[in-house]
Design a protein around this ligand. Structure first.
Ligand SMILES: Cc1ncc(COP(=O)(O)O)c(C=O)c1O
Length: 445
């Protein structure tokens, strides 16, 4: 090859990384930690962590497996896959262990699924922060479709059909829809009828359904079941779950996916394993052993999950009451540890007293003035002007394991002094917001 002339022009390449913002949930967590270090009062309602201690039986299993240093199969160990298959089978979704793929958390599994499926993806509006962010990272377009009123996590079926037709008409290749059952951010559960209708739209338009069921075991009302698309469109539904929420093991990083039966499911599994093999090789081996134990649902863990379900229900309900008393509109949470109040009824007064025009204005005000960390609905794909926010009360259970265990054991955790103190501070903050509104109003109004 001839040597290049020294004078040949060299195209300058910017020496900057591709900007990828920190996930909104992690960012609010950091802001709260900073304020706490400065010795200022905080009310951490931003981060979606379960807030309960790891059960000692689970710790024992993990410790016993610490010597497992090998990689193991990409799909996960036979023991874990069999246990996860049993977990789903007990929930009315008969599963063969060969249909299970494990990963280091359900978040990377979801990203690998988007990559393996390819094409654009419909996400509910609002929905968990990472679906749209992951779709963009994977080079896909997240298409946001509103959920029916009062039913979070599943795009409204009629709007879904319309959005797919319109996106395809402009040349987009829409291949999947993500749903969250039960839902984060709203803490609600879509109805069986909505799930059924969403599944018919998915079938008619050839969409894969990714059903994120990480909160399935945290339904507040005992005995209430969660409608899974895997029952209504089994040939095209992938279900994901993890230990992060029901067993509060988010930091341990272990999730599982249940692939559909049939030729499409097998082909998708092969692609998913291809992606997994290039990114994480295998889920951490000691964690897989602990997870195999957890998915077998021994009575001590089932009892632990049941208590945490009751704790989440009591505190989320009490927090919802405080927001409702302050004049916000709030759908009563039905599952998990989230609620999604709407300050629309106070829009005019918040604008006049505080210049609040967007959800981010309101959540910034709450953080800066009162140390209350919540996330604006806009982080979840809601319209910026909608004055909605996601509130996650699970970090109120206590700052150490002693308090958290007491909260877990209490029949009325909302009355424990440290929980009640936080609830009262929340009421004071919300009252102060409207008190400054009252002060700003003309006399006599
Ligand atoms: C709806 C939803 N899916 C998935 C995840 C991620 O879970 P994992 O810890 O399994 O990656 C979260 C965590 O906040 C979540 O809220």
């Amino acid at each position: 090859m001839p040597a290049q002339k020294e004078s040949a022009p060299v195209r300058p390449v910017p020496f900057t990384p591709r900007p990828v913002p920190l996930s909104a949930t992690l960012a609010v967590n950091e802001a709260i930690a900073r304020r706490r270090r400065e010795g200022r009062r905080v009310l951490p309602l931003g981060f979606g962590e379960a807030g309960i201690p790891i059960h000692p039986a689970l710790t024992r299993e993990l410790a016993a497996a610490a010597g497992r240093g090998g990689y193991g199969p990409v799909a996960g160990s036979a023991a874990l896959r069999a246990a996860a298959a049993g977990y789903w089978t007990r929930r009315g979704l008969p599963t063969d262990p060969s249909a299970v793929v494990a990963g280091p958390g359900s978040k990377p599994l979801l990203y690998a699924l988007l990559t393996a499926i390819g094409g654009d993806v419909v996400v509910p509006a609002p929905s968990w922060v990472s679906y749209a962010a992951q779709a963009s990272l994977a080079g896909a377009e997240p298409i946001r479709v509103a959920t029916p009123p009062g039913e979070g996590g599943v795009p409204s079926p009629a709007l879904l059909a319309d959005a797919v037709v319109r996106a395809r008409a402009r040349g987009r290749e829409v291949r999947a829809v993500v749903v969250t059952l039960p839902d984060n951010p709203t803490g609600t559960i879509a109805s069986e009828e909505t799930v059924k209708r969403m599944c018919s739209v998915a079938r008619r338009h050839g969409l894969v359904v990714i059903s994120d069921e990480i909160y399935r075991d945290l339904v507040h009302e005992p005995g209430r079941t969660v409608p899974s698309p895997a029952r209504h469109a089994p040939e095209r539904t992938v279900v994901t779950t993890a230990l992060s929420k029901s067993l509060a093991a988010g930091g341990w990083r272990l999730g599982v996916a249940r692939l559909p039966d049939g030729p499409f499911g097998r082909a998708l599994r092969d692609s998913l394993l291809g992606v997994a093999s290039e990114i994480w090789s295998s889920a951490p081996a000691p964690m897989q052993q602990a997870a195999a134990y957890a998915f077998a649902e021994p009575p001590e863990l089932a009892e632990h999950v049941d208590r945490s379900r009751r704790l989440h229900a009591a505190v989320a309900g009490a927090v919802a009451d405080r927001f409702a008393a302050a004049g916000a509109k709030v759908v009563r949470p039905e599952a998990a540890f989230y609620l999604y109040p709407d300050f629309g009824p106070l829009r005019e007064t918040l604008r006049e007293a505080h210049g609040v025009r967007t959800a981010a204005d309101l959540t910034n005000l709450l953080l800066e003035r009162y140390g209350v960390g919540v996330l604006p609905g806009s982080s979840f794909g809601d319209a910026p002007s909608a004055l909605r926010m996601r509130v996650a009360p699970s970090l109120l259970y206590g700052e150490d394991d002693e308090h958290r265990l007491a909260a877990l054991a209490s029949p009325e955790p909302e009355r424990l002094p440290w929980v009640a103190d936080s609830l009262d501070y929340l009421s004071d903050v919300l009252a102060d917001l409207s008190a400054s509104v009252t002060a700003a109003e003309p006399a006599g109004v």
